[in-house]
Design a protein around this ligand. Structure first.
Ligand SMILES: NC(=O)c1ccc[n+]([C@@H]2O[C@H](COP(=O)([O-])OP(=O)(O)OC[C@H]3O[C@@H](n4cnc5c(N)ncnc54)[C@H](OP(=O)(O)O)[C@@H]3O)[C@@H](O)[C@H]2O)c1
Length: 262
């Protein structure tokens, strides 16, 4: 048996698409999850928690390559710290990390900025933990996934009037395209921080929401909302976008048509 590739977050939106691609490439795969899962299709599961540190040693044991896709809206720096500590002790040879475009450009210094954009600060802190770990690493920053924006649009459309942060744009990217790139990087040599990955085009938030409402044949008024703070200003300046790296192919419209069957 060859050394397994450990995929943290292998049960998540992105990780679920990474795992089968690694299997197709001939890798043995181990997934770390907080819940118990039965081994299946050549995939081994370890139950553990990156936030508490529980059973991370068992997860990294014998894994030469680690793809770190586990994440949440808060605390990704703690998860990265715990993972890096265990991976370093176990002598891992390549740590691949998925971060977000704008992690280094969205200010999160003030209380207001942290409340709205703390996720970006957390991702930057996690990136630094990975880069400073001494482990050979590769970090890819991607823009927002279609799946996430669909969930947001579905939630927002429940409101009678949808507030849309004025001047904010997003550059949705297909999760499967990010998964394919992450696997390509995983199978390659450690490359440090690689070029960003963005979707094919950027949309104002109101346009993005209108695209969703059209696809589900609904109507809702959209009200522009001016958000305060430096983080919001950075968003209005496009700090979360990768216009030079619009390498994704699948558009928001194509995604909606396929996912919603419209
Ligand atoms: N979504 C986006 O638009 C976007 C854009 C750029 C970058 N990213 C990054 O891509 C990564 C994956 O995002 P996603 O959308 O696939 O997230 P997701 O669907 O919410 O999945 C999160 C995954 O993280 C795991 N996880 C969370 N907390 C954990 C913990 N304490 N210990 C162990 N595992 C934990 C979950 O596993 P269990 O529940 O099975 O434990 C789950 O598999 C994240 O790092 C995110 O920041 C996302």
């Amino acid at each position: 048996m060859t050394a397994p590739v450990l995929v943290t977050g292998g049960t998540g939106t992105l990780g679920r698409l990474v795992v089968p691609r690694l299997r197709d490439a001939g890798c043995d795969v181990r997934v770390l999850s907080r819940r118990d899962h039965e081994a299946a299709d050549g995939i081994e599961f370890v139950t553990g928690d990156l936030a508490t540190g529980e059973r991370i040693e068992a997860a990294v044991d014998g894994a030469r390559t680690i793809v770190h896709c586990a994440g949440s809206s808060k605390g990704d720096e703690d998860k990265a710290r715990n993972l890096v500590r265990a991976a370093s002790r176990a002598g891992a040879a390549h740590l691949v990390y998925i971060s977000v475009v704008g992690a280094d450009r969205i200010p999160t210094g003030s209380r207001v900025d942290r409340a709205m954009f703390g996720y970006f600060g957390s991702k930057l802190a996690a990136e630094r933990i990975v880069a400073d770990s001494g482990l050979p690493f590769t970090t890819l920053r991607a823009t927002q996934f279609h799946d996430l924006l669909l969930t947001v649009a579905q939630q927002m459309a429940k409101l009678p009037v949808i507030p849309a942060p004025a001047g904010f744009r997003v550059q949705p990217i297909d999760t499967a395209e990010v998964a394919a790139r992450l696997v390509e990087l995983t199978l390659g040599k450690p490359a440090g921080l690689v070029p960003d990955m963005g979707g094919p085009r950027a949309y104002g938030i109101a346009d993005l929401l209108r695209g969703y409402l059209r696809a589900v044949h609904r109507r809702r008024p959209i009200a522009p909302l001016r958000l305060p703070g430096k983080g919001a200003r950075a968003f209005r300046d496009g700090a979360n976008l990768a216009p030079e790296q619009a390498v994704g192919h699948r558009t928001w419209e194509d995604f909606l048509a396929e996912r919603l069957g419209t």
